[in-house]
Ligand binder design. Structure first.
Ligand code: TIU
Length: 222
């Protein structure tokens, strides 16, 4: 057991039960012409966290701990895309339509890929998810249970959408969840701050937050 300095109080990490979950670090959320941009967002904020996400991934790999990647995407026949999701709002390009990086948010298309700097290596688990949360309609829960994982460190985008949704799903399933502050980002800085605040309020009602440096130090101390 190692104590990681965190908010609202220290996180007691147990190396044998710990995994990193990197949420949706895909070109579709980080590059012009992708899904994030189609919704009218300034996507340049997302690429700024790549070095911190990379550091975190490297630390987990060096410690021999599991790194799990998620990708928000849909089957090519769109059978897992509810009309309510497809038809919401007025994006420049809808999910499944052809954009400059292929069909938006469709599995196997160039834009759906994880950013090359953060790409999974052989043996790492990649979860394709049709929703914002990584537990909904995926094998993630069964995989974590089979590995005996009970504590999850979170990185990725966007803080208040897919990261927070997955942390809430995980919290309800009994996992202890910690968010790496420099390794997550939103298109809206005020939403990143609010999401972190609400996750750790009320005595860590959803989970903890911590700095990447403190998490990495914990991994080497553990
Ligand atoms: N739009 C937005 O902020 N996020 C998403 O649609 N997906 C994820 O957060 N991955």
């Amino acid at each position: 057991m190692v104590e990681i300095p965190a908010q609202p109080f220290s996180f007691n990490a147990n190396k044998s039960q710990l995994a990193l979950i990197v949420i949706d670090m895909q070109r579709d959320f980080a590059e012009p012409g992708g899904f994030g941009a189609s919704l009218g967002n300034d996507v340049s904020r997302i690429t700024k966290i790549v070095p911190d996400v990379k550091r975190l991934i490297s630390g987990f790999r060096s410690a021999g701990l599991p790194v799990i990647h998620t990708m928000e995407c849909h089957r090519p026949d769109l059978s897992d895309l509810p009309p309510a999701k497809r038809d919401r709002g007025s994006p420049a390009i809808r999910i499944g339509e052809l954009g400059p990086m292929g069909r938006v948010l469709v599995a196997g298309e160039p834009g759906t890929a994880i950013l090359p700097e953060l790409a999974p290596v052989d043996g790492e688990i990649v979860i394709e998810k049709p929703g914002k949360g990584a537990f909904y309609a995926t094998p993630l829960g069964d995989i974590l249970q089979a590995k005996g994982i009970t504590q999850l460190i979170f990185a990725g985008v966007t803080t208040e959408v897919c990261v927070q949704t997955t942390m809430r799903e995980a919290n309800d399933r009994g996992y202890e969840c910690l968010l790496a502050e420099e390794a997550t980002e939103s298109y809206f800085p005020e939403f990143k701050k609010a999401a972190i605040d609400m996750i750790r309020a009320q005595g860590a009602i959803v989970g903890w937050s911590a700095h990447v440096d403190d998490i990495l130090k914990g991994l080497t101390d553990a």
